[in-house]
Design a protein around this ligand. Sequence first.
Ligand SMILES: Nc1ncnc2c1ncn2[C@@H]1O[C@H](COP(=O)(O)OP(=O)(O)O)[C@@H](O)[C@H]1O
Ligand SMILES: [Mg+2]
Length: 198
Amino acid sequence: MDELAAARARFGREVLTLDDPVPPHPLLDGKAEIGRGEYSIVLDKGDGERVYKLVSSPADYFLYTADDRPRGKHFPIVYADHGIVGRARSGHPFHLMEMERLYPLDDGSPAGELAARLAGFYWAACEQWSRLGADMGRIALHHLTVSPLELDEGVKEALQALSDFVEEYQVLPDLLNANNLMMRKDGTLVFADPVFIA
Ligand SMILES: Nc1ncnc2c1ncn2[C@@H]1O[C@H](COP(=O)(O)OP(=O)(O)O)[C@@H](O)[C@H]1O
Ligand SMILES: [Mg+2]
């Protein structure tokens, strides 16, 4: 995993978090913040099942709302789109999504090991195609869909769906940031936040 940590550091995609305040909204009043990334803020709904996610990246908004978004057990369940509730300092609107609560991967768990295998292969492919610059991640994801890794059918389908989505919406994959892959309470690996726009 050291190599992966180095890869993340090299991409500079681990440390950045947006510092925007949570916009005032009746659904968010008094809710505890449980996560923050470069483009999103996550608050606990308080029912143990769902979270509110403030999304400022158009890539994430497409991923969570598009009619043809990737679905299936390896993608997060989105319960509601509560609309635009403010604007991030980046200039992008904050869309308020209500989605299933997910959990960080445990290193030793099957989902954690699967994620590490995927990220490892993905990283190796990125290194191989780094001269392609911004296209590197898309090519690496394509390689993952045809990789010799032993993956179950559901995971292969999810990778293919993600790759199709990335091509269709011209967004970039991000499978290296540890927090973008999460798991469900039952241990299923979930691609929680696998895309971004540069
Ligand atoms: N559905 C979720 N349930 C619980 N925590 C989440 C969920 N989605 C994201 N998080 C947490 O919030 C952080 C930021 O979310 P992420 O989707 O990675 O945001 P960004 O779009 O800014 O990268 C993650 O690192 C994770 O800890
Ligand atoms: Mg993220």
